[in-house]
Design a binder for this molecule. Structure first.
Ligand SMILES: [Zn+2]
Length: 136
């Protein structure tokens, strides 16, 4: 992530947005760290995904989560799966944020988690070892 997404902290700075609060929780300024990793919403998604991947719970910091999750798995194929899942998580959180902006509804993290699991299954269906599916 190269910090190029138009999060509300940036839009607010450029006077393109009246508020800089997070669309998903309203509790903090929406910057990339909060939106994708520190916010309650993203934390719940990441905790569910980490549990699904059997990666120990930890603090999620945007520039470290990739390395930490890769360290948690040794197999090269599984490392690629982990990176694919993280990319899915970022995509889906951004999708949820934009859905909130345009449709004024917040997708529940459990539903987003299931959508991430479905996307991930499609992306890596060629890898037969992972039999679990994201559920509840
Ligand atoms: Zn938030």
């Amino acid at each position: 992530m190269h910090d190029r997404l138009r999060t509300r902290d940036k839009l607010f700075k450029y006077d393109a947005c009246a508020e800089d609060s997070c669309l998903l929780c309203g509790a903090n300024i929406e910057d990339r760290q909060h939106l994708f990793f520190n916010g309650r919403y993203s934390q719940e998604c990441l905790m569910r995904i980490a549990h699904w991947l059997r990666i120990p719970n930890q603090n999620f910091f945007i520039d470290e989560v990739w390395k930490n999750w890769l360290r948690a798995v040794k197999d090269k194929v599984q490392q690629k799966e982990v990176l694919a899942v993280l990319a899915c998580v970022v995509y889906h959180i951004w999708f949820a944020r934009n859905t909130t902006f345009w449709q004024k509804v917040v997708i529940h993290p459990s539903k987003l988690y299931k959508a991430i699991g479905r996307s991930f299954s499609v992306v890596v269906c060629v890898l037969p070892r992972r039999q679990q599916t994201a559920s509840g």
